[in-house]
Design a protein around this ligand. Structure first.
Ligand code: SAH
Length: 241
């Protein structure tokens, strides 16, 4: 990050955003099964300059606890959802350092940066070539050049880097992609929104954020975390696969 960006890092607004996330987590404690998100996850969110991940025209809104458009019909997820997904993926088990995490749906790169700030090694896949090119450059510029980026169909996972401790899918699938379950370590977690592409408001949505745990013996267990509204998982253009 340049000195100019550091001087304008909007840390005060970011603290206020964290407060909004904490209060929404407390309000939804009955869904989450806990009152508070892992402090290490909140610290990671406190370090990522969300304003650097949104289009210039949305910059003023960057620290509202809302999803924002990032172009091509895609969105940067709501900060509370990013916090919940990171917490479900890594929270409680010695967050981050040494963990291998795959994200499907790089989008703006914000979720990937939050994962990297926990100390995890991050692999992320984006379907749309324009977004993939843009985000790799942004992550590099912001000092997140250690994140491994690729353009392609995230439903196929990243077999060469597997197995992963956690996999996060940030677009809604109609069924769990089998490759992602295969690429999960025993003891690993898959966090994925499942349901039709309804694009509705969160609590009237028919999509559910699901957590799939793979036991040491390979057995799978599923739990619903929250009602959610994600953009749908798409199949990338054939020439780019
Ligand atoms: N995690 C993002 C939010 C992503 S929105 C962030 O922090 O900003 C969902 C993203 O998933 C979009 O960028 C969309 O293009 C991408 N996507 C949709 N289908 C995909 C697929 N099959 N493989 C990889 N990415 C996909």
């Amino acid at each position: 990050m340049s000195d100019e960006d550091k001087a304008d890092d909007r840390a005060g607004e970011r603290r206020e955003m964290l407060r909004l996330i904490e209060s929404e987590a407390a309000e939804t404690a009955h869904w989450l099964g806990k009152q508070r998100l892992d402090p290490a996850v909140m610290e990671a969110l406190a370090r990522v300059p969300r304003h650097a991940f949104v289009p210039r025209r949305e910059a003023a809104q960057a620290y509202c606890n809302e999803p924002l458009p990032i172009g091509l019909g895609q969105t940067i997820s709501q900060p509370y959802i990013v916090a919940v997904m990171t917490d479900q993926a890594l929270g409680g088990s010695g967050v981050g350092p040494g963990c291998r995490v795959l994200e499907v749906g790089t989008g703006s790169g914000y979720q990937a940066a939050v994962l990297a700030e926990t100390g995890a090694e991050v692999w992320t896949i984006e379907a749309l070539p324009e977004l993939a090119a843009e985000v790799a450059e942004r992550l590099e510029t912001l000092g997140y050049g250690g994140i491994h980026c690729r353009q392609g169909d995230g439903a196929a996972g990243w077999p060469e880097a597997a197995p992963f401790d956690a996999i996060l899918v940030t677009a809604a699938a109609t069924a769990i992609p089998p490759a992602l379950v295969d690429q999960l370590k025993p003891g690993g977690r898959l966090i994925i929104p499942l349901g039709p592409p309804d694009g509705a408001v969160r609590f009237t949505s028919t999509q559910r954020l699901l957590r799939v745990d793979k036991a040491e013996n390979g057995g799978l267990s599923e739990r619903v975390i929250l009602p959610v509204a994600f953009v749908p998982l798409v199949t990338p253009p054939a020439e780019d696969r």
